[in-house]
Design a protein around this ligand. Sequence first.
Ligand code: SF4
Length: 304
Amino acid sequence: MSTPLPDLIARVETEYRHCRLCPHACGINRLTQDPAPGAFCRLGETAYVYKELLSLGEEAVISPTWLLDLGGCSLRCLFCTEWAHVVEPRAAPAVPLDPQWFRQRLALRRQQGARTVSFVGGDPTVSLLGVLRALQAVPADEMLPVVWNANGLLGDVAREVLAQVVDTWVLDVKFGNSACAKRISGEHGFDAAEQPWHTLRWLLRPSAHNERVPQVVVRHLVMPGHVDCCTLPVLNGLAVLQTGLAGDRLAVNLMTLFLPAGPAAKRIPATPELSRLATKDEVARAVGHARATLGLWGLDGDVR
Ligand code: SF4
């Protein structure tokens, strides 16, 4: 980290006074009330943890990892498995992320075999200040590499601060076009399909001398009814990005086990196709295209 953590915290505190951490750019002061009126993410300055566990089931480069699920998100994907915690980030069982608890729990999870600590959600970016304050409670020699498991919607300050803290990014690239993004993740004043690409291109740009070089894992979930409009364009885009990149800087995890969840599982009129599983044919086409474009391989299409 070339900028000391207290300086990064001060920068993010300043940002919270007129928050533009994500593309919603609400411009409101998050330090005065919790939750802050007008915050799309329904958060103030406190980060809320609603679940934590030692996970052996993430990508090999980060497992076993201590997963911390933080409430709140900048999207409203109708198939979200974490829907309740996205729309009500402070509701029980969520508790404020306490820095001393974080330090103690991290020590325990290290003892149990965690190699990394993963911040996930919802989306963790909307909770950045609380996360940085927790990290500050841990001496450098007790810390684990940080994984940022996010939707890729980052304002400039969030991106630049996180670039100094994060070792491995796990980014979801869900949508192959803006119409699907709008219909499934909500109408916003920005293009939710394009935003993760913007972040990816920035993370994978040629790094300046002595800059931290992040490792990036992209997850793409094959959504039923969205192979042609979303999966194939996303895989094509990733193949273009991967061209010319060194070694393992960009890994791709094609996830084929879609389970209906969130409002979509109730077969709402907006997204009837998301109330079912992906068919064998859809999965086969997605896996076949991943093999052809990215040279991916793996069991059941899950590529690690
Ligand atoms: S994090 Fe995003 S959604 Fe939340 S207040 Fe800031 S700009 Fe708005």
